[in-house]
Write a protein that binds this ligand. Structure first.
Ligand code: F3S
Length: 397
């Protein structure tokens, strides 16, 4: 790889041990993917933050990097394994909390903003069109590439950290125009609306991508989409199809930059949507847990939940997972009080997937297709998908 003078000096150790180690990681990655040079990034999102993922080996690596490493660009964190202020009320073990805080402290020492959210684009790590990034949360990667038109590969935790400490990433994959073309036309022949339906659409599209061995869908037939619907779709298509980007006609910014695929065409009917929905609901489910906020709930979603819960009482464990800054605005707006008076709980900084709650509940109801996948695969829950309103009706039943 061709390195600039600064990159070479980082590699030689002029900027310290962490920058040197980071440059070694990035060069190795670049060589694997045939990158000819580095590109400067304007922002980083680090995943794998939960102590359940890191364990002692990961923590040792972080502490080593934190000895002299300092971030060069705006860097935020993915959800941790617990709400940092409210972990006891959510039933998190004290030892886990101590270890989780050790990890967060190491990130903070490097100058990383410890917001712990998978929707960095809602809380200030918000790139604009064409900017290069090194993000490592699959749903956020898909959102950045597709909805914003920024450019990022799907990084791992160590490579994202290496980019944060150097401000660079190897120029390959989604940083290059030639890898951003739609490969399969997905024609949606039915009306799609709401976070649950966009998640179900993402599951259908994701499953098709796997079947066809393709990575980038070009979706037509969707008349409008909100931020919340798009974040749900991004999470789902990334989970089920490994997609890091899609185009959506008349909605995403690069939809007419590249030719529309015409050779491979798939249609989605209402029957297909119904079938995909039924695959996300276990028939013998006994629901004892409801969670909204995968990806992390926006202020608009919290306002909706508050309105639906006003004057009611939940009878099941009910979490709203969101970013701490969003929760703080919800506090000021009075939404949090309405929600907490109803007996629901905020789980800021974390979510129903990364929190260590495996086996604690029998069945979970969510509005997110991604949460269905991991609820089953990671936490061994039975799952059911529904609208936000249906989730709340279940919680108060
Ligand atoms: Fe975010 Fe957790 Fe869902 S990290 S995308 S809320 S699984």
């Amino acid at each position: 790889m061709k390195l600039s003078q600064e990159e070479q000096e980082m590699l030689n150790g002029k900027y310290g041990k962490a920058a040197k180690k980071s440059m070694e990681i990035l060069i190795t990655l670049g060589e694997i993917f045939d990158a000819d040079s580095m590109v400067e990034v304007t922002g980083v999102q680090i995943a794998g933050v939960s102590y359940a993922n890191l364990d002692e080996a990961g923590l040792e690596f972080l502490n080593e990097m934190a000895e002299d490493g300092k971030v060069k660009v705006l860097t935020t964190l993915n959800p941790a394994g617990m709400d940092r202020e409210n972990w006891q009320a959510l039933g998190i073990d004290e030892n886990f909390a101590i270890n989780q805080n050790r990890a967060i402290d190491a990130f903070a020492k490097m100058g990383i903003i410890t917001t712990c959210s998978c929707t960095p684009y809602l809380i200030g790590n918000s790139p604009h069109f064409g900017q290069h990034l090194a993000w490592a949360e699959s749903s956020a990667v898909c959102y950045a590439n597709s909805v914003i038109g920024a450019r990022t590969n799907r990084e791992g935790g160590p490579s994202a950290l290496a980019s944060a400490l150097t401000g660079k990433t190897p120029r390959y994959g989604y940083h290059l125009d030639e890898n951003r073309y739609g490969e399969v036309l997905i024609n949606v022949k039915t009306f799609v609306s709401g976070t649950d339906q966009f998640g179900i659409l993402g599951k259908f599209v994701g499953d098709k991508l796997v079947e066809l061995g393709k990575k980038i869908p070009y979706i037509t037939g969707v008349s409008s989409a909100t931020v919340e619907e798009l974040k749900s779709l991004c999470a789902s298509v990334a989970t089920y199809g490994g997609a890091a980007m899609f185009h959506m006609e008349n909605i995403t910014p690069e939809y007419n930059k590249y030719p529309k695929p015409s050779k491979l065409v798939v249609e989605i009917s209402q029957d297909d949507m119904d079938k995909a929905r039924s695959e996300l609901t276990d028939s013998d489910i006994e629901i004892d847990f409801v969670s909204i906020g995968c990806p992390h709930a926006s202020l608009h979603e919290i306002a909706t939940i508050a309105k639906l819960l006003e004057g009611k009482k939940v009878k099941k464990e009910f979490w709203i997972t969101t970013a701490r800054p969003t929760k703080k605005i919800a506090d000021q707006a009075g939404y949090s009080k309405t929600i907490e008076d109803a007996g629901a709980k905020f789980a800021a900084d974390t979510c129903c997937v990364v929190a260590p709650i495996k086996g604690r509940f029998k069945g979970i109801m969510v509005d997110s297709a991604k949460a269905c996948y991991y609820g089953r695969a990671k936490n061994k829950f039975k799952v059911k998908i529904g609208t936000i309103q249906e989730c709340i009706e279940e919680a108060i039943k």
